[in-house]
Design a protein around this ligand. Structure first.
Ligand code: MG
Length: 374
């Protein structure tokens, strides 16, 4: 087995895939999503696929698709050549020692190794991770920081057409008073038929959060994601104590060690876990284990992946007992096209982990070539 599963090559391709509609974050609006597709090929001919992706650009954590590709090609890929692809957690540790930080890049490489492992043993990724705790995951739909009437129109269309009942409203693109007024107007229109949450992406300081979060709570907002900057755990803890609306940590949670710190400081009611920001599936499992041990529910987050990264998330979240707070794996629904022959499936507002071996998706090479950056 080892001879056949020895890694022969690691190949990266940078692709730009158009979105169905522009997606507006606090700091920028994007019309395409870019990914680095990682293909790990073994001596026996098995090819595993991974996706290294950041949400819209380097604003979230400093990594970019261009930087990730250079890091993988120049520093990470050479370390893997000749190694047994099936030793996934060992190789993840090797990548950790070779490059500090760079979670998103390492996650893309590690994802391809998990795919190889599943393909060689002919089992889906969720079975490698202990089997399914749930067969599908509810998906929260994210609406960009759009004017109230635009957001309401999109929300109603998703409610009626795709069966989503939970929605995340991006905030932080305008002044707090106007932003809260906008979200309150949306809640007044659809709050009785939809569950609404907000994501500030850390854009408020502590006094602003203390001033305005009670108003959002009063408007019926059911969860507040990362109201203050990632580093400000004392403020997160204070807000979590003050408010009855749950506070979710996203930017504050980038490693299993962050999870332990958040637990110690009681700084979040819910953890947003993501394959990419945590540096891969091994670290994700460790993070969920910390949360579950401490009784903190986890929410399966997205980095706006195609069906490749979305499949990885769906397998991991469905196989994790601790991911009890739903997901936002909407990436393939926001992309105007996909990179696999059979995109990940959705049913009644829920995402289903693909049944095939490994990630359960097959790269569509014609599409990869079409969207490859030249
Ligand atoms: Mg977030």
């Amino acid at each position: 087995m080892t001879g056949d599963s020895a890694i022969r090559s690691v190949q990266t391709t940078l692709v730009d895939v158009p979105l169905r509609r522009p997606h507006r974050f606090a700091s920028l609006s994007v019309t395409t999503q870019s990914m680095v597709i990682v293909e790990v090929r073994t001596e026996g001919g098995t090819v595993g696929v991974g996706e290294a992706v950041v949400p819209g650009g380097p604003w979230w954590g400093g990594e970019s698709v261009e930087g990730m590709r250079a890091l993988i090609d120049r520093y990470l890929a050479p370390l893997l050549l000749g190694e047994d692809a099936c030793r996934v957690e060992y190789l993840a540790g090797k990548l950790d020692r070779a490059a500090g930080g760079a979670a998103f890049a390492k996650a893309g490489v590690e994802m391809a190794l998990w795919d190889v492992l599943g393909r060689i043993h002919e089992v889906p990724l969720h079975d490698l991770l202990g089997g399914l705790h749930r067969t599908a995951l509810p998906v929260t739909w994210a609406v960009g920081a759009e004017p109230a009437d635009v957001a309401v129109a999109e929300l109603v269309a998703r409610l009626e057409g795709a069966g989503h009942t939970s929605f995340k409203l991006k905030m932080g693109a305008e002044e707090p008073a106007a932003d809260v007024e906008r979200v309150s107007a949306i809640a007044a229109k659809v709050g009785d038929v939809a569950s609404l949450r907000v994501d500030l992406n850390g854009s408020w300081d502590e006094p602003t959060a203390r001033r305005w979060l009670p108003a959002l709570q009063g408007a019926g907002i059911e969860l507040v994601e990362q109201p203050v900057p990632a580093w400000n755990l004392p403020a997160m803890a204070d807000l979590a104590t003050r408010l009855t609306v749950p506070i979710m940590a996203d930017e504050s949670l980038r490693s299993p060690q962050d999870a332990a710190n958040l637990v110690r400081q009681r700084a979040a009611d819910v953890f947003a876990v993501k394959v990419a920001k945590l540096g891969g599936l091994s670290a994700l499992r460790q993070t969920v284990a910390v949360a579950r041990t401490a009784g903190v529910p986890c929410h399966g987050g997205t980095t706006m992946e195609s069906s490749i990264g979305t499949a990885a998330g769906a397998h991991a979240f469905c196989a994790s007992a601790g991911v009890t707070a739903g997901s936002e794996l909407f990436g393939p629904l926001l992309l105007a096209d996909d990179l696999v022959t059979e995109p990940v499936r959705y049913q009644d507002g829920r995402v289903l982990p693909p049944p095939g071996p490994g990630l359960g998706v097959e790269l569509d090479r014609e599409k990869v070539a079409r969207y490859a950056r030249r």
